[in-house]
Write a protein that binds this ligand. Structure first.
Ligand code: NAD
Length: 241
């Protein structure tokens, strides 16, 4: 059977699907990923994005961090695409247990998904490092230089996991639980190059691992089924009654 038809058949029959995705899930919403040819790693900055988005850089050069962050990471006008929407529909239909995402854009929740595990945090939560007050993404976007708390004047930090920072333990454990109990694991729109998130694939014990990506990944050999294509286009073909 053609990989796409096989995939649609699996999805039709299962009520225990788990999705694990990355930046490629949001490119069809107009948010650039990191590693595609038009991704952020192939655009020119004074420093490479992984340097700017590291804990060390944040501590040493907050104004430059925020210049990049406001320009490139805060895409507040982006709307959910067909992949986000179909995942929300699959959950509502009782077929999908959880979305595990490396994305920080909040588009799965905007599409209506309820069980979303954000491994790398969210641009929509920002907190004062001094008093803990929470701020939305618009506050960061509309601020100048380093965003400051309007209550105590402390520096505000996004609730985003920067390079060199650890992932939230509870979120990681929940992700491991969902993946290890899944019937179908769909992995999509991720280069599977960022650890420890990419290591989650090791916890899957089933025999229906579907990998949907525009380009090859180092884990292609692990997939039971591979579809090379755009994730929004592939998910559009899933028909729910
Ligand atoms: P990545 O940039 O390393 O890889 C993206 C992968 O998706 C590539 O293999 C690319 O070929 C594929 N892809 C791009 N568009 C696609 C599409 N329409 N359909 C199918 N595949 C597509 O992204 P990553 O693996 O998620 O790792 C990058 C890190 O950067 C993550 O930790 C994430 O937190 C962060 N990030 C997040 C966002 C966001 O929130 N939208 C955007 C950029 C980066």
């Amino acid at each position: 059977m053609e990989p796409l038809n096989q995939f649609l058949e699996w999805v039709k029959k299962s009520d225990n699907i788990v999705f694990f995705g990355g930046a490629g899930v949001s490119t069809e919403s107009g948010i650039p990923d990191f590693r595609s040819v038009d991704g952020l790693y192939n655009q020119q900055y004074d420093y490479p994005p992984e340097t700017i988005l590291s804990h060390t850089f944040y501590m040493r050069n907050k104004p430059e961090f925020y210049r990049f962050y406001r320009n490139k990471m805060l895409c507040l006008d982006a709307k959910p695409n067909a992949a986000h929407k179909k995942l929300a529909e699959l959950e509502a239909a009782g077929k999908l247990k959880a979305v595990i995402t490396q994305n920080i854009d909040g588009l799965h929740q905007a599409a209506g998904s309820k069980e979303v595990l954000e491994l790398h945090g969210s641009v929509h939560r920002n907190y004062c490092q001094k008093c803990g007050k929470l701020f939305d993404a618009a506050y960061i976007l509309n601020s100048q230089n380093i965003p400051l708390c309007d209550a105590c004047g402390g520096d505000i930090k996004p609730d985003v996991v920067l390079y060199e920072e650890g992932l939230d333990n509870d979120t990681m454990q929940k992700a491991v639980r969902y993946i290890s109990q899944a019937d179908i694991l769909i992995i999509g729109g991720t280069s599977l190059a960022v650890y420890p998130a990419a290591g989650l694939i090791d916890y899957y014990r089933g025999s229906k691992l579907a990998l949907i990506n525009k380009s090859a990944t180092p884990m292609d050999g692990r997939a039971d089924l591979r579809i090379e294509g755009k994730i929004g286009e592939v998910f559009s073909q899933i028909v729910l009654k």
